[in-house]
Design a protein around this ligand. Sequence first.
Ligand SMILES: [Zn+2]
Length: 325
Amino acid sequence: MSRLPLLALAPLGFAALPALAAPPAVVTDIPPVHALVADVMGDLGTPTLLLDRGANAHNYQMRPADARALQDAGLVFWVGARMTPWLDRALDGLAADTRTVALLEAETTFRRDFGDAAAHDHGGHDDHDDHDAEAHDTEEHGAEDHADHAHDGLDPHAWLDPANAHAWLAVIAAELSAADPENAARYSANADAASARIAALDARLAADLAPVRDAPFIVFHDAYGYFASHYGLNVAGSVNLGDATAPGARHLADLRDRLDAQGVVCAFPEAQHDPKQLAIVVEGTEVRLGGTLDPAGSLLDPGPALYDRLLGDMAQTLLDCLAQN
Ligand SMILES: [Zn+2]
């Protein structure tokens, strides 16, 4: 009787399971995680991607086929409950022998809080944001506490820092190897190759973005902190909050004040969201409306090439507007 809960709590616990002769059925949450997992699996298998093309990663309605894929999964890789509360709920109903890996919680993941963005280093806006006081006090709380204000505390958009791609490739290879030891060498080699490729891309992007490091810009939702801090970019604010929910009138008025105060150069709309809201914020100012950003790669072709494409497209869209002078 008492053995089952103990087993469920044991870390990994694969020693107790029979060795599998084949790669496990793998399910992933969003396109960039799917891409990294597809990279590590290579020819050995293809992970399932839950999020539909063009869907909002924070608010997704799973379909019956998604629920079946989850039921059949041996391994689930996802960012975590702060990113996709809809998947958190679905995972609650899974069999105990399904291994779920929340990458945001991996020991090697670099994590940042909302509010660590460059926008908050500029002073003079002391009254604009009363969320900051609690921002460092929320790590231990469950996702449910944050359903309505996920912009406090831990920022879940961690794939946008390439350092986390390296960390996650290693975690993914280790988990796949534990589930499928016969192919461990191949998972490891695939992860190493992907890491080397992403390191080369990262170096190129850092060089490309260096000239626009100081150019302040605003975005549609607060998803770009990891990308901005990795490349030293200057995000001056966002229309919507970190969970893509709409803020109040006071936040918008403050954002508009900041356009002038901080010399904002560009405003970037986002896939799945009407660019009109951003256009209204910058109306009558010198701020240029940039191209559409797609932080979760929701409009790209899923597959191993997507991660690189996502980062490259993001850098290029930023450059196309910020580099104009
Ligand atoms: Zn987001």
